[in-house]
Design a protein around this ligand. Structure first.
Ligand code: FAD
Length: 379
């Protein structure tokens, strides 16, 4: 066991920390309030190589490991989870899937601009009547010989309007159930593809969440990822990796709220003492710090397994389940430690509390993580 980060990992963490403080923090309250997508900041994240963190340099990526990905996600999410979700989706759901399963032509055409941050991607599985149960998909991709005819609606799509490349999971042959599903690359501007209204959300309000509508969209056969019928396996596999990103996002939201609360309790006085001098406060801080460290170690473990080519489904689900629950507990407690000040926007913790909730829902709810984990432990 070796718990020390490498010099490169420490450096990249520092770069992400500085970026979050200097580029994400200014304006984060306004972006949240007005539901503004952090377009300028996302462009800068691309320039830093943070939109293709694990992609090989051959395809325009930064060639870093999954541990570095966790470090970057934690630092960005301490300040702005609406920006960090763009990093998570682009890296682990879109770039990872294309790099692992895409053809050389698909990588040249789509992966390179995505990894370099010239374009951003979206991953489209959820539908109005199908959440995690992908076998209930209603979106169809009918095989027409040289192309698929795509029809249906996707819901809750992160980067829904700002993306240029969409990986869409659709049913080609319902009689084959999950073996009849395909993953298709859909480009913005294809005839029959329209973006619905932006969702008005409780948290990650700067993130761009939309429904997508496909009406007789002709998707060329060369845009199918992997073999015919491999779309369900593809979706499940990229989500396994995606959970490391969301776990690290939850970790960052928790550690961001903890850091704000720690500073506040040292300054705020009650009954002639700093709040941090009260044992009730000290115990709360001790619990927060312990849970955050445990969540961080679960994230590192999942990332380490992935980096070493070992199975990581159980580890990434454990990391996401635990880190997202720590994010909720920590942010609620951080608001409480601020008293009335915690209830107003200027102190940041109320936003972090609202942002924390989504980490228990997307890329598989906490209940779905428990299903994955229990399936593994009962094997
Ligand atoms: C802001 C936001 C961004 C999102 N981004 C994306 C995206 O980019 N791409 C994408 O494809 N999707 C995205 N989603 C969708 C998200 O992944 C789904 O909302 C999530 O998977 C849950 O699906 P659902 O909403 O249909 O809930 P349902 O599946 O209807 O679940 C409702 C409740 O029932 C529980 N439940 C369901 N099945 C079981 C079971 N078998 N056992 C026990 N409990 C169960 C769930 O845990 C949940 O509590 C996003 C959602 C939001 C809100």
């Amino acid at each position: 066991m070796y718990f020390e980060l490498t010099e490169e990992q420490k450096l990249v963490r520092q770069v992400a920390r500085d970026f979050a403080q200097t580029k994400l923090k200014p304006g984060v309250i306004e972006r949240d309030e007005n539901q503004l997508f952090p377009a300028e900041q996302v462009k800068m994240l691309g320039e830093l190589g943070f939109l293709g963190i694990m992609v090989s340099p051959e395809y325009g990526g930064s060639g870093m490991d999954a541990i570095s990905y966790v470090l970057i996600m934690e630092e960005l999410s301490k300040i702005d989870a609406s920006a960090s979700v763009v990093v998570s989706v682009n890296n682990s759901l879109v770039c990872y899937g294309l790099e692992k399963y895409g053809t050389f032509q698909q990588k040249e055409k789509f992966l390179v601009p995505l990894a370099q941050g010239e374009q951003i991607g979206a991953f489209c599985l959820s539908e109005p009547d199908a959440g995690y149960d992908a076998t209930a998909l209603r979106t169809t991709a009918i095989d027409m010989g040289d192309h698929y005819l795509l029809n249906g609606v996707k819901n809750w799509i992160t980067n829904g309007n700002s993306a240029s490349v969409y990986l869409v999971i659709a049913q080609t042959d319902a009689t084959r159930k999950h073996k009849g599903i395909n993953a298709l690359i859909v480009e913005k501007g294809m005839e029959g593809f329209t973006v619905g209204a932006k969702e008005n959300k409780m948290g990650i309000r700067g993130s761009d969440t939309h429904s997508l509508h496909f009406s007789d969209v002709k998707v060329p056969k060369e845009n199918r990822i992997g073999e015919d019928g491999s779309g369900f396996k593809f979706a499940m596999e990229v989500l396994e990796g995606g959970r490391i990103g969301i776990a690290a996002q939850a970790l960052g939201i928790a550690s961001g709220a903890y850091e704000v609360a720690l500073n506040y309790t040292k300054q705020r006085r009650a009954f002639g003492k700093a709040l941090a001098d009260l044992q009730a406060t000290q115990f709360k801080l001790a619990d927060m710090a312990t849970e955050i460290e445990a969540a961080r170690l679960l994230c590192f473990k999942a990332a380490w397994l992935k980096d070493n080519g070992l199975p990581f489904a159980q580890a990434s689900s454990m990391a996401k389940l635990y880190a997202s629950e720590v994010a909720m507990r920590t942010t609620v407690e951080a608001v409480q430690l601020h008293g009335g000040y915690g209830f107003v926007k200027e102190y940041h913790v109320e936003r972090l509390m609202r942002d924390a909730k989504i980490t228990q829902i997307y890329e598989g709810t906490s209940e779905i993580q428990r299903i994955v984990i229990s399936r593994e432990v009962l094997k």
